[in-house]
Ligand binder design. Structure first.
Ligand SMILES: *[C@@H]1O[C@H](CO)[C@@H](O)[C@H](O)[C@H]1NC(C)=O
Ligand SMILES: *[C@@H]1O[C@H](CO)[C@@H](O)[C@H](O)[C@H]1NC(C)=O
Ligand SMILES: *[C@@H]1O[C@H](CO)[C@@H](O)[C@H](O)[C@H]1NC(C)=O
Ligand SMILES: [Zn+2]
Length: 506
């Protein structure tokens, strides 16, 4: 093609992409940031190649098999080398062994602590990321090999591409751009990178405690990039996650089951008690019926309401893609608030119930119901536990049943909320405007991501979740991907964020 025509064609393509992207416009900035952006653009194929090398490592932490552990060690070693080559001082901390329920012991991959710069005049930002992945097998329905990063239509398919190898590398690329241009880093940078996130971050909390007054003493801000936008093209900033308290309620007559022909009609049946107990928890409009449960839920402010109105979400499309005919709420705002800022109660299952196809005239002798409550600020977990126990005891005692009931809270994870007027949120918003030409969706996550709360609680530092991936990235699922656009613009976003943090610090 004529080179001039080629240029015109690519200019048109850029224009079309911008139009498709909801008309956000951003222009190449001048000065240092412009040079950094240009460096990232020019080196984008190298960055994709590095991601390819990292995705090729089957760093599965979920299945406790020695061969995967070896891969995890290799992965963490590669990351440590990469950071050393950037000029960081790197510590690969041995965090010991993991005892599995079957008696087997496996080594835990080291947690990498790294730092670049310790200028007291600059703010210190610490990035948390993980390099372990969920399992993936080609036969699970992958269209490409999950461990061979494959680009199709600007989408980079591979296990770990978005969760979380791509974002970790984007942060590294942002740092490397300043280094390659022989520029001072605008902020002091630290890294904490683990290899057990998908397996519950074994050993992380203990290490954070241990390093509180050493590695973390100079850290002022912690950035996590381990979740997704709620849109395909509009960036987001996450400022909260719900907690979770998980309950079991056991109703027991005896250990053995009964025959309904021999005992039906003369027993307080455990299943009937349990169904009544579970049925007393939540009404058909989703309202939780446990007395007092809403007492400590933070009231909705006007400022907060505006955040919800500004969010880009097509409820019809969301219903469609979820294959749900009707949600409990009809507006975007109500749906999001009930996912993010109000508690919810879900009933998950019954152990001991007869759940196979066919007919069997059994009366289960002992059944265990399972439900959980997603917690929001400022619910108090120990208060919630008392309220649940009290409520179930009241309902049960009204039944005059001769069975035994036992309630226990088997898991408790706190909700997390950040101050969106904190410096790093302001810096991230400005950086998003620079790179993407739009304000971010200010979002929360309805699920529980304990890591943010752990950092906040132990270190008492500002924590921010700054995602890079699009809503359809399919983390944990088949055909996980990160868009080349998100990966490269995300690297720019982190670079712009460093400069904005330095500006705000002055
Ligand atoms: C939902 O799906 C139906 C059927 O596929 C389609 O006609 C409709 O336009 C979709 N609605 C939205 C909002 O995407
Ligand atoms: C939660 O409630 C308990 C019992 O009322 C109280 O002792 C505790 O301090 C509360 N915790 C928080 C974080 O408010
Ligand atoms: C339980 O016993 C009380 C007192 O004996 C009685 O008033 C009440 O009706 C009984 N409730 C049920 C559900 O059987
Ligand atoms: Zn992750």
């Amino acid at each position: 093609m004529d080179p001039k025509l080629g240029r015109m064609a690519s200019a048109l393509l850029v224009l079309l992409l911008l139009l498709e992207g909801g008309m956000f416009s951003s222009s190449q900035p001048s000065g240092l940031l412009g040079e950094v952006f240009q460096y990232i653009d020019v080196h984008q194929d190298d960055f994709v190649q590095t991601l390819k090398e990292w995705v090729a490592i089957e760093s599965n932490s979920v299945q406790p098999e020695p061969r995967f552990r070896q891969e995890l060690f290799r992965m963490m070693g590669l990351a440590a080398d990469k950071l050393r080559r950037l000029g960081a001082s790197v510590d690969s901390v041995d965090v010991g062994h993991q005892q599995l329920p079957d008696g087997q012991t496996l080594p835990i991959p080291p947690i990498v602590l790294a730092e670049l710069g310790n200028d007291p005049k600059k703010p210190t930002v610490c990035f948390y990321g993980h390099l372990d992945v969920q399992p993936a097998r080609p036969e699970d329905g992958w269209l490409t090999n999950p461990y061979t990063l494959t680009e199709v239509d600007g989408k980079l398919y591979g296990r770990g591409a978005t969760d979380n190898k791509g974002p970790v590398l984007a942060w590294i690329h942002a740092v490397s751009a300043f280094k390659a241009l022989d520029q001072d880093l605008p902020v002091n940078i630290k890294f904490i990178i683990e290899g057990m996130e998908e397996a519950g971050s074994v050993a992380l909390e203990e290490l954070v405690h241990r390093e509180k007054d050493r590695f973390f003493s100079s850290v002022e801000y912690i950035v996590i990039s381990d979740n997704l936008w709620i849109s395909q093209r509009k960036p987001a900033l996450t400022y909260g996650t719900r907690g979770n308290s998980y309950f079991t309620v056991e109703v027991k007559c005896r250990d053995q089951d009964f025959h309904s022909g021999t005992f039906g009609g003369i027993l307080h049946e455990p299943m009937a008690d349990l169904v009544a107990l579970l049925g007393s928890l939540v009404d058909s409009s989703g309202h939780i019926l446990i007395p007092g449960i809403y007492d400590h839920v933070a009231p909705l402010t006007e400022e907060e309401k505006k955040l919800y109105e500004a969010i880009d979400l097509d409820l019809g499309e969301y219903r469609n893609s979820s294959q749900v005919e009707k949600f409990l709420f009809d507006t975007k705002e109500e749906v999001l608030m009930h996912l993010w800022r109000y508690p919810s109660l879900s009933i998950h299952g019954i152990e001991g119930a007869y759940d196979e196809p066919g007919m069997k005239t059994v009366i289960p002798g002992r059944v265990i119901g399972k439900f959980s409550i997603r917690l929001v600020p400022h619910m108090n977990m120990s208060v919630v536990e008392k309220q649940v126990v009290q409520h179930l005891q009241d309902v049960f005692s009204r039944r005059n049943s001769s069975n035994k009931m036992a309630v226990s809270m088997t898991l408790g994870l706190h909700p997390w909320i950040a101050d969106i007027n904190d410096n790093q949120y302001l810096a991230a918003k400005r950086a998003i405007r620079t790179v993407f030409g739009t304000d971010p969706d200010m979002i929360r996550d309805g699920s529980t991501i304990p890591i943010a709360k752990i950092f906040q609680e132990i270190l008492q530092k500002s924590v921010m979740m700054l995602p890079l991936g699009a809503v359809d990235d399919g983390e944990h699922s088949q055909n996980e991907k990160i868009n080349r656009w998100n990966y490269i613009e995300g690297s720019k976003l982190f670079a712009a964020f460093f400069l904005e943090m330095a500006n705000l610090h002055q």
